[in-house]
Write a protein that binds this ligand. Structure first.
Ligand SMILES: C[S@@+](CC[C@H](N)C(=O)[O-])C[C@H]1O[C@@H](n2cnc3c(N)ncnc32)[C@H](O)[C@@H]1O
Length: 218
């Protein structure tokens, strides 16, 4: 967002409750218009009422327990005519190619249902529920834009490649066994933390539906 505007008076404030994320953001090339704060966003937001022009969020809402209360707070800090752009993957409808269909399906669903250690809440269907969450508040009007990201290159730094590495985390955390079932006929290499992902190493395409509504406040 900052790169898209050269206005020197625009201020961007990034919030996250996780210190690691804040440190990573602060390590980005300096832009004096940007500040980052380690703060929870459920509860009071650190902004005056009606003081914010645009609220942007990516893949946050699934982590928030009371989505309605949070979104009402967002509406409260937006100035009249302000806008929100909230995007969220729908984790359970990711599509990967691979030689073993049953394994690919299992990995997708196990990953989607995995509440990772850093998450207080999770919802793999948040993408498809995004619009409903906003409607629940009665405070927003706008539209839902659904995007499908298709990666045709399976390599760093493509998003789908990174996602497949995340599937490998399921093995590390003991949620999926890297050992093939006794009857399996697929060619699988021995177990390590990345082997579940390794079995997917052939896929050239990864498609991820993304519900990405831009919801201007009336
Ligand atoms: C899936 S990550 C998305 C990170 C980043 N927005 C992105 O798109 O890469 C979700 C982020 O929400 C943060 N988060 C979860 N619950 C939060 C809360 N209550 N207040 C502030 N941040 C929270 C987590 O620390 C995590 O960094």
């Amino acid at each position: 967002m900052a790169a898209r505007t050269s206005n020197p008076t625009t201020r961007f404030v990034g919030l996250d409750s996780w210190e690691r994320q804040i440190k990573a953001a602060q390590a980005m090339p300096a832009d004096l218009r940007l500040t980052f704060q380690q703060a929870r966003v459920d509860g009071r937001l650190p902004f005056d009422d009606a003081s914010v022009d645009v609220a942007y969020s990516n893949n946050l809402l699934e982590c928030i327990a009371d989505k309605t209360a949070f979104l009402r707070e967002v509406a409260g800090v937006l100035r009249p005519g302000g806008q929100v752009l909230f995007a969220h993957w729908d984790w359970d409808s990711q599509i990967f190619d691979g030689s073993d269909k049953a394994l690919v399906r299992k990995l997708i669903h196990t990953f989607a249902d995995w509440q990772q250690p850093w998450m207080e809440h999770s919802d793999p269907w948040m993408g498809r529920r995004l619009w409903g969450a906003f409607q629940e508040t009665g405070d927003f009007d706008g539209e839902v834009l659904t995007r499908v990201l298709t990666n045709i290159t399976y390599a760093e730094p493509w998003y789908g490649h990174r996602e497949v590495q995340d599937l490998g985390e399921l093995v590390k955390h003991g949620l999926v066994s890297a050992e093939p079932p006794p009857t399996a006929t697929s060619t699988v290499s021995p177990a390590t933390s990345t082997k579940a992902a390794a079995r997917l190493n052939s896929p050239p395409t990864v498609s991820l539906p993304l519900s990405n509504p831009a919801l201007p406040v009336p």
